[in-house]
Design a protein around this ligand. Structure first.
Ligand code: TXA
Ligand code: MG
Length: 305
């Protein structure tokens, strides 16, 4: 713990565990460290970072004019896989927010990381600890595989329990919009709020909303049923030697928890085509579908049967 605090306080980068995915953390008030995040990730500077807090009292340090419904949601869901997009407080630098007047904030459900933020005395800005566009890390080993030489410390707190990134709800617009489906189903959020949340209708504002993201090296092909997966596998034998089917639709929490490990394992096993069965577009299934669709890039989904 002390080492992690020291490194962050001195402008270094620490890979931090969270319940969603591992993050690449820097103290938000250290411009040099924040700049390093973008360099290490190979991330464009206009793609903003999520600010991680230890407790709700820190919210006013980073955001202002906060919508009462956002506060209500924060009370109900934090610590947890929910990120709120709010109006930026001036003491959060534009380098963290990609030049925007909004700031993305969450309290992660990881005791070590929250204590680290407390001991550091500053919120931590952290994107997922992977190279831009690649598969997110859900274990310390994943971070080590990707960023070993570019991060000062990797904190190993076991595998992330949720396995997909946080749900992002934009409260800087009215009515609020869903920017990214994630670890907490939008239906749960709507139930707390008592009204429905629209998908974002603006231009792609979150990097996770780019069409190609979360991508392994193998081809990811999408189908809707196990039967389609089997048929496709048979039809691919002449084209590919190593084809694998990914289908955990009978257990969505497990599908999410293992998703990025499964994608990474396919590459490690030199699988050429990974046939992934899409879950229904509801609950946690929405986030899994979103990640799989992006892992596949565009145009590889078979028509719904
Ligand atoms: O679960 C998570 O959210 C993980 C863990 C580490 O907390 N973090 C994560 O960070 O997924 P990242 O950088 O991979 O994705 C954050 C997303 C990006 O798509 C980014 O563009 C969006 O949040 N975002 C952050 N600040 C924003 C802002 N001010 N306006 C619009 N989008 C924003
Ligand atoms: Mg990411």
């Amino acid at each position: 713990m002390n080492l992690a605090v020291q490194i962050l306080a001195n402008g270094g980068l620490v890979a931090i565990p969270t319940e969603t995915v591992y993050g690449l953390g820097a103290a938000i008030n250290n411009e040099v460290a924040v700049a390093k995040i973008f360099t290490v990730k190979g991330r464009p500077h206009n793609h903003p970072l999520i600010v991680h807090l230890a407790h709700l009292e820190q919210l006013h340090l980073v955001a202002h004019n906060i919508h009462p419904d956002a506060v209500r949601l924060a009370h109900a869901c934090w610590p947890g896989p929910l990120t709120l997009l709010l109006q930026r407080n001036e003491n959060v630098s534009m380098s963290v927010t990609g030049g925007r007047d909004t700031v993305a904030v969450r309290i992660p459900d990881n005791a070590f990381t929250r204590q680290l933020i407390v001991n550091l005395g500053s919120p931590i800005a952290a994107p997922s600890a992977n190279r831009f566009g690649k598969v997110s890390p859900t274990t310390a080993q994943h971070v080590c595989d990707d960023l070993q030489n570019d991060v000062d410390l990797i904190v190993d707190d076991g595998a992330s329990s949720i396995g997909v990134e946080s749900t992002i709800v934009d409260f800087s617009v009215s009515p609020p919009q869903l920017l990214r489906p994630g670890g907490i189903p939008i239906e749960d959020i709507e139930q707390i709020l008592g009204y429905t949340i629209r998908d974002t209708d603006g231009i792609s504002r979150a990097s996770g909303m780019l069409q190609n993201h979360y991508q392994p090296s193998c081809n990811v092909l999408l189908v809707h049923t196990d039967k389609e997966a089997q048929q496709l596998k048979v039809s691919l034998v002449s084209q590919y030697q190593l084809v694998r089917i990914l289908n955990r639709c009978d257990n969505l929490p497990l599908y999410a928890t293992l998703l990025y490990s499964d994608l990474r394992q396919a590459d490690a096993d030199q699988i050429q085509a990974l046939i992934a069965v899409l879950p229904e577009n509801k609950g946690l299934g929405a986030a899994i579908r979103d990640r799989l669709t992006k892992a596949a890039g565009s145009g590889t989904t078979l028509p719904a049967s």
